[in-house]
Design a protein around this ligand. Structure first.
Ligand SMILES: O=C(O)CCC(=O)C(=O)O
Ligand SMILES: [Fe+2]
Length: 951
């Protein structure tokens, strides 16, 4: 016996490898074959010893024990002596049977065996001695464990093509009996040889259970060397890894060749049921049907079959039992899962609370504190349980919910508006303000979903682990490979991955459907075979909640189907990112509001006075202030306009776009910049234009207490000049009543036509003079009649929400000049010129300023530039250079030059809008309790504004 150590599989394997290295091919084959054989024998011996030594002391695999108490005992050391005994017994049994003291199998060699490495080596040696069929078998066996190894497939093909190896002769050398018999039984089934089916599948099933047990016993040696802080963690950690390993046996054994068969053993009973029926054995057929139901309790066909057989045989339900081994198998699995969940929960608790004695007292799973907390949370609002039905959020009038198999289905979780808002959110949210509201809605829905699940599963604590909004894109249905199962949260899992999820017990999925769907069946729960068991039609506001381990599939839809999905876990991992974001936002907002107040004070100190506010102008959305510009600055701006303005600027160059009795001209910022570069306007002039408009913008931001910056959308210095001799009997307006971001309607509504300037949020007019007749600015009622009029004067600004109705009364004498500004909250619509001009201002050479005649003018004679040919040339030349400078690629931050001119800018925007199909989101704030902030004021205003907005 002392010679025997040489025969251990690791020695044999090492010898085989040596032979391979030295080219001794026959020896190589001999040693490797022996090594493989010997290892099988070794495993069998170990298995038998373990079974023998178990003697009822083993609890993990014994379905009759109260497992939860057992693990509790174990953790309290009560079972330790049993374990020690078992270990000693097994060891001496092995020593005896295997005939040597120490089995020094290196981990490395075991890994090699587990990955079928010996077969690869065997293949090489077989090939060298020209045993091509054997080489093919070895290669194929290796390939089955390593299906991504293309080299192996190539060599098998070579054996077939060059050495005429027959396809049928290529066998898996590791085929287990349960697989072999199942294949045979299946073949017999296809040939309707029912007796043979029964013969093969019966033993296949028997073998399967044996193999499964072997697998589980092997798992007991499965150590997952994780770091453990204390003893309890170490033991629990070990048990978790053993249980996980054992639970995975089922899936490990569900392969034939490379194909995975969900519910592998369950399907055996299906085959048997048919075979027994076909061969006239109704009694057995019934037994197999009932057994099949152990695995697939909701299978309708089998339920019908059961009724049929029972009727035929005259049984009532009491008389019939499923096969013992199947019931045991399933019970064991349930027990193991529960035990795994239990230990994990305990471990989590220890991790969370620390492991001081005080906390360990709570080891029985009850945590009274948390329970009461959650209970009060639940009773405070949203969820009431009665029987099988739960009323979700009565305040919202949510309907009854159906609860079945740990799944919940309820309607009315969101209302139509909320669904629409969330759909828009994913498609494209136009403005940050709306984005934020959507985020609040998501956050709120996440909390609601948590309450539902916490109540359904009696969980005291659940955290949002992940949240998604998933929209099917029917045009991109090629995204997933055919053989994976798309999940509601967007991933696509293989059948195996789906089954692996069974080990995850403390994660819950809530999907809130956002769209209505005509075709049913895009969302389905699956049974153990991954066949549809129950379908749920998508409908706005419908909520589906289930355990992550519950099998489901979520098909793509022909129409866009959107849903909001939350994954909850009782493990506190990360905080809900949306919430964190909103909390930060609130903090920042508070800060901005504080500084807004301070900035307003600064304006006052500089002599700026709010002359009219909410009271005088009859709306929170309007104001007027004085003292923004000095007389000199006003005059300079008028001069700048006179120097560079173009008739009908912004109105297709129509000199008199609104009334024949006036001429309208305007100068945009981009043109002013070009003129400066041409030497026609001074840098100071351009700077004044920039500064004055900036000043106006800041005041608007501060007055309305905005917590987000405004961006210039368009800036224009314009004048309206009364045409002499065309004023008698005038009844028209200089500028008819309008809103700046919508198309005003006779019924008082204002349509936000996507092709218009819907992105404009605020407008302001900084007046430059008052020495003209008429020309009062006025705010209008919804019926278009004038409500309050304001007579412009130098340094006065009027600011308002762009949707406010307003107009200008006829200018009957003189010239009325304004610095008009339109702002947006959406950075994407920011006036590109301004960004460039600010950057480029410093680059403009100073020589251009050389012939200064006034502080702001460089030309000697103020006049219409279009008529001064010399200057025109100069302008053209410099304008080209200016544009080139703008395009200078060295300055990476400069945007695409295409966006420079306003017309192009506008065109771009329109394209953008059309693509996005701008929709106005109607925000219903009633359900979301936001803090009262100025920001909210703005939101409410939005709502108000939208309420008279037709979509
Ligand atoms: O110049 C004004 O006072 C108002 C002009 C105006 O409302 C506009 O151009 O949209
Ligand atoms: Fe306007």
């Amino acid at each position: 016996l002392s010679e025997l150590p040489k025969l251990t599989y690791d020695h044999l394997y090492t010898e085989g490898l040596k032979a391979l290295e030295t080219g001794k091919w026959f020896q190589c084959v001999g040693f490797l074959q022996k090594a493989i054989e010997r290892r099988k024998l070794y495993k069998e011996t170990v298995f038998n010893c373990k079974l023998k030594c178990r003697e009822g002391s083993e609890f993990v695999n014994n379905p009759n024990l109260n497992t939860i108490n057992d693990i509790y005992d174990l953790l309290k050391w009560k079972s330790f002596s049993k374990l020690v005994k078992e270990y000693q017994c097994t060891k001496s049994c092995q020593d005896h049977k295997l005939g040597y003291d120490q089995i020094e199998n290196s981990e490395e060699i075991d890994t090699d065996f587990d990955s079928h490495e010996p077969y690869r080596n065997l293949q090489i040696c077989y090939e060298e001695i020209k045993r091509y069929t054997d080489a093919s078998c070895a290669a194929y066996t290796y390939y089955l464990r390593n299906p991504t190894d293309e080299e192996t497939i190539d060599s098998i093909n070579t054996y077939k093509e060059e050495f005429h190896v027959n396809e049928e002769d290529i066998k898996n050398l590791e085929t287990k009996k349960y697989q072999e018999y199942r294949i045979k039984g299946r073949e017999a089934f296809d040939q309707s040889s029912w007796t043979k089916v029964i013969e093969w599948i019966e033993i296949a099933t028997e073998e399967y259970y044996k193999e499964e047990e072997r697998c589980r016993v092997e798992c007991e040696d499965h150590f997952n060397h994780q770091s453990a802080v204390n003893l309890i963690q170490a033991i629990a950690g070990h048990y978790i890894s053993v249980l996980e390993c054992q639970l995975k046996c089922q899936r490990k054994l569900s392969f034939i060749h490379t194909d995975y068969f969900p519910d592998f053993v369950g399907q055996n009973y299906h085959l048997l049921q048919t075979a027994y029926y076909k061969s006239g054995n109704d009694e057995q057929a019934l037994e197999c049907a009932v057994t099949y139901l152990v695995f697939n309790p909701n299978d309708e066909d089998t339920l019908n079959n059961r009724t049929y057989f029972m009727k035929k045989l005259g049984y009532n339900s009491e008389n019939f039992k499923a096969r013992q081994e199947a019931v045991e198998h399933q019970n064991r699995r349930t027990d193991m899962l529960q035990l795994l969940y239990y230990i994990r929960d305990k471990l989590n608790e220890i991790m969370e609370h620390g492991d001081n004695d005080e906390k360990l007292k709570n080891f029985d799973g009850s945590d009274k504190n948390h329970e009461t907390k959650i209970q009060s949370e639940l009773s405070s609002g949203t969820l009431k349980k009665h029987g099988n039905h739960v009323k979700v959020n009565e305040k919202n009038g949510f309907g009854e919910a159906v609860i079945e198999n740990g799944r919940i289905i309820a309607d009315g979780f969101l209302n139509k508006n909320q669904c629409q808002q969330l759909i828009n959110f994913t498609n494209h949210v136009k403005k940050n303000t709306k984005l934020e509201n959507s985020l609040r809605l998501i956050s709120w829905a996440g909390d609601q979903g948590r309450n539902v699940m916490a109540n359904l599963y009696n969980k005291t604590k659940l955290f949002v682990e992940n949240s998604f909004i998933v929209c099917d894109d029917p045009e991109r249905d090629d995204q997933y490979s055919e053989d994976c199962i798309p999940q509601e949260y967007g991933s696509c899992l293989t059948a195996e991955e789906i089954d692996d999820q069974e080990l995850i017990h403390d994660k819950f999925v809530v999907s809130i459907f956002l769209s209505d769907e005509k075709e049913p069946g895009h969302f389905s729960f699956l049974d153990r075979r991954h066949k549809r068991e129950m379908s749920v039609v998508s409908k706005c506001g419908r909520v589906v909640g289930f355990r992550l381990s519950d099998r489901h599939r979520s098909e793509r839809s022909v129409t866009q189907r959107c849903s909001m999905v939350f994954i909850y876990s009782s493990n506190k991992q990360e905080d809900n990112p949306v919430k964190t974001y909103l909390r930060d936002l609130d903090k920042r907002r508070d800060k901005v509001i504080k500084s807004n107040t301070e900035d307003m004070r600064e304006f006052y100190e500089k002599g700026v006075k709010i002359s009219m506010g909410e009271k005088e102008l009859q709306s929170k959305l309007r104001f007027a202030a004085d003292g923004l510009l000095t007389e000199e600055q006003c005059q300079a701006l008028i001069d700048i306009n006179q120097e560079g303005a173009i008739d009908g600027d912004g109105f297709d160059y129509k000199k008199s776009p609104m009334t024949k009795s006036e001429i309208f001209d305007g100068l945009t910022l981009s043109r002013a910049a070009e003129l400066t570069y041409s030497g026609i306007l001074s840098k100071q002039a351009l700077r004044l234009f920039l500064d004055a408009s900036d000043y106006g913008k800041v005041l608007v931001e501060k007055y309305f207490n905005l917590t987000q910056p405004l961006y210039f959308d368009y800036t224009q210095l314009n004048c309206r000049t009364a045409v002499e001799g065309a004023q008698t009997g005038r009844e028209d307006l200089s500028h008819p009543v309008h809103g700046d971001n919508c198309d005003i309607q006779k019924d008082g509504s204002c349509i936000r036509n996507p092709s218009g300037y819907v992105h404009r949020d605020f407008s302001s007019l900084l007046y430059l003079n008052g020495d003209f007749e008429g020309g009062e600015f006025f705010f209008a009622h919804k019926n278009w009649s004038a409500q309050v009029s304001i007579k412009p004067k130098c340094g006065m600004i009027v600011g308002f929400d762009s949707a406010e109705f307003h107009g200008v009364k006829a200018v009957t004498k003189g010239r009325r000049c304004t610095l008009a500004m339109w702002y947006t909250l959406d950075k994407r619509f920011e006036e590109q010129t301004r960004i460039q001009v600010t950057k480029i201002l410093d680059k403009i050479p100073n020589e251009v300023d050389a012939h200064e005649h006034s502080q702001y003018m460089t030309t000697e004679k103020k006049g219409d530039i279009k008529e001064a040919s010399v200057q025109k040339k100069l302008y053209d030349k410099h304008s080209k250079e200016f544009k080139q400078m703008v395009n200078d690629k060295n300055d990476k931050e400069l945007p695409n030059p295409k966006e420079l001119t306003t017309t192009q800018e506008n065109k771009l925007r329109k394209d953008d809008e059309e693509d996005d199909g701008v929709t106005i989101e109607v925000v219903e704030n009633d359900d979301i309790h936001e803090p009262e902030t100025a920001y909210e004021k703005r939101q409410n205003l939005d709502t108000k504004q939208n309420s008279h907005t037709e979509l």
